[in-house]
Design a protein around this ligand. Sequence first.
Ligand code: A2P
Length: 282
Amino acid sequence: MNEQTPVTNVDAAKAPKLPNAETVTEVQHYTDRLFSFKCTRPASLRFRSGEFVMIGLMGDVNPKTGKQMPLLRAYSIASPSWDEEMEFYSIKVQDGPLTSKLQHIKPGDEIIMKPKPVGTLVHDALIPGKRIWFFATGTGFAPFASLLREPQTYQDYDEVIITHTCREEDELIYGRNIIESLKDDELLNEVIGEGFWEKIKYYPTTTREESAKMGRITDLINSGEAYKDLDVAPLSPEHDRAMICGNLAFNLELKDMLEAAGLEEGANSKPAQYVVEKAFLD
Ligand code: A2P
């Protein structure tokens, strides 16, 4: 016997214990309700920016069966399709079955990820246009964090408007960090050209805490204030395309507003003028 561990044992110690296991590489907390994390990317996973996957952890042992079942939820992928790592943006719900545990993950921990991406918030579901609107509330910013780092977004559109409505100012931090990082994004500067970020108009608003711009984006559009602030023409089916991702009431209200403006809902099988996230749960 000696102190050296045989090579085979080292490999065994590193082998994932979970099915579809990926390793957490980075975790960032923003508020007591919000955090983001990065993890390794499954070698077989190909996805389109804006899609989601099922991720989670092993649940508690079922006292009746003595078995542990995976606890999985749909999460929008916040990283772009070309990235080597995967990024996710999540709420923390203290008594939530998954996020009460997920909020405690640390680099080196393992999560479960089913490598089967799906989603409606993809460029393929939209017909060509001049301007694209990304409408988000809360953690609904996640798919747009992916799409804003996707070269196709700037190849397809002259103007990219991203609105983010949250209750409080701190809930805007994640989105603001992404927007600020775009200027130095090597791939986008290389592929689209320096100054590509001038196509972006970022419109963050809060509803329950004082900030530079207050109000729900729905109200700000209905009153015309958002158009004035952004210095853009009102929504038109001819030029505008839109993606919506937020809480259910928001999704429905905005969908009605877009329909009233003459835009039609698209899908992968039938591209049109706007799309709504179907899996997002706030
Ligand atoms: P409000 O504070 O007025 O409810 P939540 O944290 O509840 O998911 O909400 C995230 C943000 O979305 C909040 O700023 C909230 O505003 C806003 N919001 C909720 N419902 C709607 C809606 N139907 N239309 C526009 N914004 C909404």
